[in-house]
Design a protein around this ligand. Structure first.
Ligand SMILES: Nc1nc2c(ncn2[C@@H]2O[C@H](COP(=O)(O)OP(=O)(O)O)[C@@H](O)[C@H]2O)c(=O)[nH]1
Ligand SMILES: Nc1ncnc2c1ncn2[C@@H]1O[C@H](COP(=O)(O)OP(=O)(O)O)[C@@H](O)[C@H]1O
Length: 307
């Protein structure tokens, strides 16, 4: 029998006081984690406080829960980081060795610099036919002038009311081939087995360099290409509230005949099955709300600060 179990139980008041203290400490740690997650408290500040007072709230944080509270660090990234930094997941911040602390500090600084650079985001909006991609994008163009809506090149003919350079750059097949050969397109695809569509690269690079966020409204194949060539892009999948509503929107739009509608609905099923490849999903119940959600994901500044 261990020595501890022979010892008389502490008086009830002591036990209660100890458990109250434990609850208070847990609450304090949860508050620190919430503040990091809400970007109200820099992880570097927390690490510095843990160093100054290893037995304080920050010092008692486990390194695992600390990292998981940093925005955009999930379990996989956390585990990879700890392995790379040679820090045991059992460690508390206050119990890190000097070298471990310095490595963790450097890791956090590099992440902060990187997220600073990525503030101007490239965001891809994709989703099944007739979910409302075009409607939501147009709403964003009209209501959030800080966002550049990329204008694609296409080999399809303009529809009545469409303006060259605004809705699309309307080009012929030879010109589209030339753009591909010249490396002018960030991605391109044949959509609905009909015409080719592609994203001109130069305006996007210019806008990102100028500090603007860029929105691409492209199909699933294009989204996959962007993911490969620019892994820092955010991919958003726009969903209909229900399948029936998607069918209603497609039929209601009235731009395709019945056979084409059927074909698009088949494609839509395949596309819906790919939604897990995306970083975020936004349900298009109502256009203004969906647009707001997309823009929030771009972290666009509230008011333009350019002259
Ligand atoms: N990959 C790719 N797809 C695009 C591009 N521009 C438009 N699309 C997609 O092409 C499809 C057809 O667009 P559109 O001709 O306007 O007809 P809609 O289906 O009636 O909206 C839509 O799914 C768009 O998302 C582009 O630059 N690249
Ligand atoms: N939130 C919404 N609620 C109701 N109807 C919508 C909504 N968003 C789009 N629509 C309608 O659905 C149809 C398809 O939208 P569209 O933007 O052309 O889709 P996509 O570009 O995804 O093919 C259009 O008639 C549009 O007016």
């Amino acid at each position: 029998m261990s020595e501890a179990s022979n010892r008389p139980a502490p008086p009830e008041v002591d036990r209660r006081a100890a458990s109250q203290a434990a609850v208070a400490a847990r609450r304090a740690r949860a508050a620190v984690k919430a503040a990091i997650a809400a970007r109200e408290l820099s992880p570097l500040t927390v690490l510095d406080r843990a160093t100054a007072d290893p037995e304080g709230v920050e010092g008692r944080l486990r390194v695992t829960e600390f990292l998981l509270s940093v925005p955009a660090i999930g379990t996989t990234k956390m585990e990879e980081a700890l392995k790379r930094l040679s820090i045991s997941p059992a460690k508390r911040l206050g119990g890190l060795g000097r070298h471990q602390r310095l490595r963790l500090r450097q890791f956090l600084i590099e992440r902060e610099n990187r997220s600073e650079r990525q503030r101007n985001r490239l965001v891809v909006l994709a989703g099944p036919t007739a979910v409302g991609k075009g409607t939501v994008s147009t709403y964003i163009r009209e209501n959030y002038p800080d966002v550049l809506l990329s204008v694609s090149a296409t080999t399809r003919k303009p529809r009545p009311g469409e303006v060259d350079g605004v809705n699309y750059y309307f080009v012929d097949d030879a010109e589209f081939d030339r753009m591909i050969e010249g490396g002018e397109l960030l991605e391109y695809a044949t959509v609905h087995n009909a015409y080719r569509y592609g994203t001109p690269r130069a305006p996007i690079e210019k806008a990102l360099a100028e500090g603007r966020s860029v929105l691409l409204e492209i199909d699933l194949q294009g989204a996959r290409q962007v993911r490969r060539s620019m892994p820092e892009a955010r991919l958003i999948f726009l969903l209909p509230p229900t399948w029936e509503e998607l069918v209603r929107r497609l039929i209601g739009r009235g731009t395709e005949d019945q056979a084409e509608q059927q074909r698009r609905l088949e494609t839509a099923k395949v596309e819906l099955a790919a939604q897990d490849e995306f970083d975020y999903r936004v349900v298009n119940h109502d256009v203004a709300t969906a647009a707001r959600e997309v823009v929030d994901l771009m972290k666009v500044r509230a008011a333009p600060s350019r002259p």
